[in-house]
Design a protein around this ligand. Sequence first.
Ligand code: NAG
Ligand code: NAG
Length: 381
Amino acid sequence: MPRVNRTTVLTLLIITSSVFLLFQLHYYRKYVSKQGPYILSRTGHLTQTVKKFLGLARHFGLPLFLADTAALTLLSQDSLRQRDRLVHEPHCSFLCTGRPVTSFALHANLWKYEPGFLLAAKQKGFELLELRGQDPRLASLDNLSGEEIPLHFLFRLHGHIIQVVFLYERSGNYLWHGELRLKAHVDRSFAPFKLLDYGRHPGSYDRPELVLTVVDGIDVRIPRNISRFLSEQRQARFLECRYRDARNFLQLYPDDVSPDAVDFRRKVKSLLHLAGRTLAQLDIPFWLSSGTCLGWFRQCSVISYSRDVDIGIFIGDFRSDIVSAFRSAGLSLKHKFGKVEDSLELSFLSEDVKLDIFFFYGDGDVVWNGGTQAKSGKKFK
Ligand SMILES: *[C@@H]1O[C@H](CO)[C@@H](O)[C@H](O)[C@H]1NC(C)=O
Ligand SMILES: *[C@@H]1O[C@H](CO)[C@@H](O)[C@H](O)[C@H]1NC(C)=O
């Protein structure tokens, strides 16, 4: 009796596990493999669409690079790239990300807007949505109305979207892209707008160094340091200064335009550039703090009677080589208040302008920083 039971149980087990295995196989073929990089019915279309688009872009001289976060993430994995080199038949390891969108960035200052390009794309079967917005480079305290410029192109073919993000150079030596804002008449079903990598907010970037490479059989430029580009992308949200409010403020309290004040503002800006470059070398994020932040927020400028530059850094980002890095950049340490465990503040001097670095400490839901009055030694929190 126990023997029979054992056989029955074994048979039952074999049957159920076979059924389960068949089910898994079915599920895999039906759902999972559709996303997979090596299935040709899908990859065929996608690589063809991208290839067709890039062919046109090359013909019309568009300075593009691949900016798609999903594809770049795959490209940043060395093991995946090594494995990819061994595959010789047509395949799609990087562009087939399972997302219905591929995004490219366009260096807009290097391209003269060419309507012929859009016409040619339409003739090749692409549908197009062009999104425009105000040019912030012309907006200023004196003139709030910028001209409209192209900010994003969306091309659609076989249900796949190619997004082209226009990156414009702005004074201060960085690249900027605008928000993707849908006007009232725009077809909201044109693209899965929520899935786009770019356009939820305006963004700003350092100019990335690019390299030409072959991705899934297609020649395309990509950022040389992909991980740097991706980490920049995650925190690239750009905040425009509020020129309208600033203008209202300055009408009530006009800026000091004496030569001293003008000179001070120039020094502050160059000191901020220097601090930004020095901290970037150390990979330390910082922000404008105290009076410097107030000046930007209130009047899009530097408060001329503030006499120093204030920036903030999280204490978690403190590195002991900050002082030597600033010294190499030509700034001398003037004061050090507090200590790393409590209320640290470093004060550097450049010409006659002081750079105050306040370190910020987390405490539950709040962050705080300390301050010390140089003359009296009094501490504040
Ligand atoms: C403001 O900018 C617009 C667009 O560039 C231009 O047409 C206009 O003449 C400018 N107005 C002034 C007062 O500069
Ligand atoms: C890429 O950028 C990261 C972050 O900025 C940096 O740590 C890394 O050294 C860079 N890699 C190369 C090869 O330059």
